[in-house]
Every structure is written in C-alpha cells, then in structure tokens.
Design a protein around this ligand. Structure first.
Ligand SMILES: O=C(O)CCC(=O)C(=O)O
Ligand SMILES: [Fe+2]
Length: 352
C-alpha cells in the first residue's frame, strides 16, 4: 500500500484546512462527572429506544448478510440501495485477530490522559490521538476520543509506549490486513454490479488504495440525552467496515434514526460517498451518528477504504442508457478537500 502518498495527501488537505489547538484536544472524561456546557447539545438527543424498529421491524433493521452465501452479491446490492449498510457474517476474520485488536484499542484509551497527549495529532496532520476530524463543523464538542492510523501505527505508538509498542503495531497491522481483504472483495462485487469497466476496476486489490483505521472511544456519559458521541455525517469512503460490541450507532433513514445494534461475530458495513457517486446515486451513503450511554462505554474500530488518491471517481450510467450522470467526475484527492471544506454539502456541490 502506498501509505506515504496517502498520508501526504491527507496532510496536504489538512494543512489547507487546519484545526485550532482548542479543537483537537478531547476533554479529560475521567475528571468530568457532569456534562460541561461545551458538550451540551441544545436539542435532546433520541437515545437507543428502538421506537422506530417497533413500528415496522422489516424496514427498520439493516440486514445480516453471509459473505459465503452464493447470493451475497445480490443481497449486498439490495442492502446498499435500501440502507447503505448491513451486518456481515462469515467474513473469515480469525477470532484472535479481532479480539486482539479490541484489546489493544482498550489498552490505548485506558492510558492516562497525559500519556495519550504525547501522540496528539497536530492541527495539520492526519494520524494520532485527538477529537473527531468532523468536530469543527459542529458548535458543540462530542463525547468521544479517537486515534487515527494510516499504514503502520509505529510512529504514533512509539510515543505512547516507547519500549512496548510492537505488540500494538503487529496486532493492528494484522487487523488492517483482514479488513483490506474484505473491503477488496466487497468492492469487486459492487463494481461488477455497477458494470464498471475492467479498466476502471484495476485499482482494486492494488498497492495504492487509500485506507485508514479510526479507533473510537465513547466513555459513559452522565447525561446522554444532552450529549453526542459522534455528530451526524456521511463517510468519505467507498466502504467503511466497523467492529463494535455495544449499541449507540444510528443511521438516518427517511427522517428517522434507526439504531444499529451489534450482532455477535458480525461486522457492520456502511457505504460511503465514493460508492454513492460511482453508483450514480443508486446506493446510499447513509448519514449516521453515535449516541452515548450512561452505563455502557463504547469502543469501535472503523476501517475506511477508498480508491487511490489520484483515481477519478465517475458515476456509472452503463446499466441504464437513459440515465444521466448525477455527479461530475472528481478525483479522490479533490473530493477529500471538498469534504474538508463543505462537509454535509459536499455531494450536492458536485451534483450536475
Ligand atoms: O463508532 C461508530 O460506531 C461509528 C464511527 C464512525 O462513524 C466513524 O468513525 O466515521
Ligand atoms: Fe462514520
């Protein structure tokens, strides 16, 4: 994987859209017994009360798809059309790899704040510890802390554990390799469904894909109905593959927030903006958010997978000769820059 190129690209984008130092440091949650004003959102936040799912269970929960099912390709395409998300089972990740990554994730976030601050992401770089990248687009802060990995985490891990970083790096690299295998396979399937030409598919499985692993921690929250774990957003990816063991994730569908509860031994897969563009808006890139919880803390790992930064993403209109392109062509690099500036208005800004 040409990670230096990917990292440089992101760093260039972030340099053009720097955060202020006040924006990048999470509060010390362990010393915040009540919700500070900086983290109090004005609207009450709907928790995971399952209101929507009780109305119409069939249309309100994302499907569970078996990756080994002979019909997987078709089922995934339907899920991408209806929800832009599904649970994936039989994905083939060895249990020790997913559990190992989960343990390292918890080890990282349980470090004392001062230690985590040693790996603080600077306002203009892409990796390390800090608040969510989407934070500047919201007036209020989120009940969340994160750690971003692009390629080998060793540079940042050495700052956290100067003498004992290897275990973290090996475990995370193994996990990323598994994620990469699944993302390649899902992408192959969906690009076939969209009848995207061989020429435009060559990047899949290659060394230049753009990939990042985002570790997230949402501590227990004293007033979850007035706080936000991660504000509403769509992902700047082709696919995002998520591992999480507790509830809190919600997807927006037809104006309602649908809770996405975890299932044992499954991953949650979302489609992101790049697949929406390539599919000419046939597939969704769902707006999602995370709500915090008073009793349960939440850990998650999100693997973002996109084409190489210089790849031109074009809507596929092959399947339907009457259809017109609903987005203009855009390179991955250019779209990452648009997203850093326009956030939720990015897709409409490239609509034709
Ligand atoms: O923590 C989660 O479940 C969601 C994370 C997420 O949406 C993201 O990192 O973009
Ligand atoms: Fe996301």
């Amino acid at each position: 994987m040409n990670l230096t190129k990917m990292n440089n690209t992101l760093n260039e984008v972030y340099k053009a859209h720097p955060l202020t130092l006040g924006d990048i440091i999470p509060i010390d949650f362990s010393s915040s017994p009540s919700l500070p004003d900086s983290h109090t959102w004005s609207q009450p936040i709907d928790g995971d009360d399952d209101d929507f799912s009780s109305n119409d269970p069939a249309s309100s929960s994302i499907p569970i798809i078996d990756m080994m099912d002979p019909n997987a390709k078709k089922l995934i395409a339907i899920a991408c059309e209806n929800f832009g998300a599904f649970h994936l089972k039989n994905h083939g990740i060895p249990l020790d790899v997913s559990q190992g990554a989960e343990q390292q994730l918890q080890r990282l976030f349980s470090l004392p704040t001062q230690q985590k601050m040693k790996a603080l992401r600077s306002p203009t770089t892409a990796t390390g510890y800090g608040v969510a990248r989407i934070s500047p687009f919201f007036d209020k802060c989120m009940w969340h802390e994160g750690f971003t990995i692009i390629g080998s985490p060793s540079h940042d891990a050495k700052k956290l554990w100067p003498h004992d970083y290897q275990q973290f790096c090996d475990t995370m690299e193994k996990y990323e390799k598994e994620m990469r295998r699944i993302a390649d396979r899902l992408t192959e399937m969906m690009l076939e469904v969209l009848e995207i030409s061989e020429e435009k598919r060559k990047w899949v499985g290659g060394s230049d894909v753009s990939a990042a692993l985002q570790l997230n921690f949402y501590p227990c929250c004293p007033e979850p109905n007035r706080a936000m774990g991660l504000g509403p957003h769509t992902d700047t990816s082709m696919f995002t593959i998520l591992q999480a063991k507790s509830s809190g994730l919600q997807l927006l569908k037809e104006g309602k927030w649908i809770p996405v509860h975890p299932h044992p031994n499954t991953l949650i897969v979302h489609t992101g903006d790049f697949l929406r563009i390539m599919s000419n808006a046939r597939f969704c890139s769902p707006i999602h958010r995370v709500v915090p919880n008073e009793k349960d803390e939440r850990y998650s790992m999100a693997y973002f997978y996109s084409p190489p930064t210089d790849y031109t993403v074009s809507p596929s209109v092959t399947g339907d000769l009457n259809s017109v392109a609903r987005f203009r062509d855009v390179t991955v690099m250019e779209y990452i820059g648009i997203k850093a500036e326009k956030f939720g208005d990015s897709l409409s800004s490239i609509s034709t």
